[in-house]
Design a protein around this ligand. Structure first.
Ligand code: ZN
Length: 274
């Protein structure tokens, strides 16, 4: 097992040149694939109408789009919407402290869900909102997207794997997400083989807060390695946590879209405040 992991770590690093922005493409596409498979017929049609392609393909494509545009002038202000920072060791979300002017992932998800649910909004506006929802529901389940302000969610925490230097945030975004070496479809097949008993999947405005606090508690429970030298034991312990978070994100995204895009759900439009 250890040797296998070493081989994988080497291969993953050789292929990786991604900046630390969010779950890498594999993680986001996996979340989208899991969600797409669980859409009910009405919401599936709505997704396909908004994104203009078969739901699984369109959602996988949409899942990485907010990271692709965040450096562009029109979207530069969306950067802080990909995460929430807490004071070190404190996982109780307080909007006034942690999400000033709604500029954090908790408020952003609620904002974009409300836009998506608004049947009076234009198709391009709702399609863009859907792209953000697909992406941000993934991000909020990456533990280091709801972690400590003082090291910017592990971006300033340097680690090494062998001779490779890296920061902890990118290790989670990318390396851990695809450590098993499966492609997105195979990975979704594997994770969906068994249900997640007891998981709270329902979305409402408070659930978004709970998701961030849950990620933060995963950080407290051991996301930070004891040593800056990442060893196979750490990767073996963290891989099921990373996979569980991605699976949960996909299942919750499906429930959210089935709820918000259900025929006749316009009457149950969520509020936009946070
Ligand atoms: Zn992101």
């Amino acid at each position: 097992m250890k040797n296998l992991l070493r081989v994988w770590v080497g291969m993953v690093f050789a292929a990786s040149a991604l900046p630390a922005l969010a779950w890498g493409p594999h993680g986001h596409q996996l979340v989208a694939e899991i969600a797409a498979r669980q859409l009910e017929p009405g919401p599936r049609l709505a997704v396909e109408g908004l994104l203009g392609d078969r739901a699984d393909l369109a959602m996988r494509d949409a899942s990485t789009w907010p990271d692709e545009v965040r450096e562009q002038p029109d979207y530069r202000a969306t950067g802080p919407l990909h995460y929430v920072n807490f004071p070190r060791g404190q996982c109780h979300y307080r909007a006034r402290r942690d999400c000033r002017e709604g500029r954090c992932i908790v408020a952003a998800i609620n904002h974009y869900v409300a836009l998506l649910a608004d049947r009076q909004a234009s198709t391009p506006t709702r399609a863009e909102a859907l792209r953000f929802v697909i992406h941000l529901v993934g991000d909020i389940h990456q533990p280091l997207h709801a972690a400590w302000k003082d090291d910017r969610g592990g971006n300033d925490f340097q680690v090494r794997i062998g001779r490779e230097g890296r920061n902890l945030h990118s290790l989670w975004d990318d390396t851990l997400a695809r450590l098993g070496g499966l492609n997105v479809r195979e990975h979704a097949d594997q994770l969906l083989q068994s249900p997640m008993p007891g998981a709270r999947l329902q979305w409402n405005r408070q659930a978004t807060v709970a998701w961030a606090e849950e990620s933060c508690r995963a950080v407290v429970l051991g996301v930070y390695p004891a040593s800056a030298d990442i060893d196979p034991d750490y990767l073996a312990r963290m891989r099921p946590i990373a996979e569980g978070r991605m699976e949960l994100a996909g299942r919750r995204l499906a429930v959210l879209l089935n709820q918000v895009l259900a025929t006749g759900s316009a009457d149950r439009r969520p509020k936009t405040d946070n």
